[in-house]
Design a protein around this ligand. Structure first.
Ligand SMILES: Cc1ncc(CO)c(N)n1
Length: 220
């Protein structure tokens, strides 16, 4: 069993509330109100900036060159993908100026700063456990949606989002994150520490669910 599967099993209810959130269900069915998705997209731009900062912290916290290099590659990948995200936002009529000027929603602040704090206070294992629900969760969500008729239907307005996160490139990122958790666990996890690490995973999963809810709330 991977450490990721063990963490997921220990937080089964929080995990399910995140990956099967109403926002996700409506995204898959193509019924999600556009204002909910737009709010989500703008906030996700702001989220990704802090996500890059969290990986940058991984360079700082790395004990081995390999850890520092893989964190650097992640920072590069996220910053590179910001262009894609900006382009995707443009398709939804969201300009770069709007992305820049929109204030961060509190659910976004809570989540991103929680992850950064987990890494600041702890070590690389704490940081990667706090990051796991984001990276690995999106792959799991999109894979499930892509396997449904409505999720795979090009007429679904959210088909591109589903395709992006269910694609091979993102699946490889998620697989790497699962493997990274295992190698960090081998190095740093003790059974005594499991509860604290599991609490981080559960909290990050709840904050992901709040992030979806933020989108739904914006649609009223
Ligand atoms: C809120 C959130 N979680 C996870 C991901 C996956 O990278 C994302 N883009 N946004």
């Amino acid at each position: 069993m991977t450490l990721f599967d063990r963490l997921k099993a220990a937080s089964a209810d929080d995990w399910t509330a995140y990956v099967e959130h109403d926002f996700v269900r409506q995204l898959g069915e193509g019924t999600l109100p556009v204002p909910a998705f737009r709010t989500y997209l703008v906030q996700d731009y702001l989220f990704l900036i802090h996500f890059a900062r969290a990986y940058a912290l991984g360079i700082f916290k790395g004990r081995h060159l390999a850890d520092m290099r893989s964190a650097l590659a992640s920072v590069n990948a996220i910053l590179g993908e910001m262009d894609l995200h900006v382009g995707f936002c443009a398709e939804w009529g969201i300009s770069e100026a709007e992305l820049e000027r929109t204030p961060e929603e509190r659910a976004n602040t809570a989540y991103t700063r929680f992850v950064i704090d987990a890494g600041l206070r702890g070590d690389l294992l704490d940081l990667h456990v706090a990051l796991a629900p984001c990276v690995i969760g999106y792959a799991e969500i999109a894979r499930r949606l892509a396997a449904t008729a409505k999720g795979a239907d090009p007429a679904n307005p959210y088909a591109r989002w589903i395709a992006e996160y269910s694609g091979e490139a993102y699946a490889a990122v998620a697989e790497a994150a699962i493997a990274k958790l295992d190698s960090l666990g081998d190095e740093l996890l003790t059974e005594k520490r499991f509860t604290a690490v599991s609490d981080l995973f559960a909290q990050a999963s709840r904050l992901e669910a709040d992030f979806w809810q933020m989108g739904l709330d914006a649609a009223g």
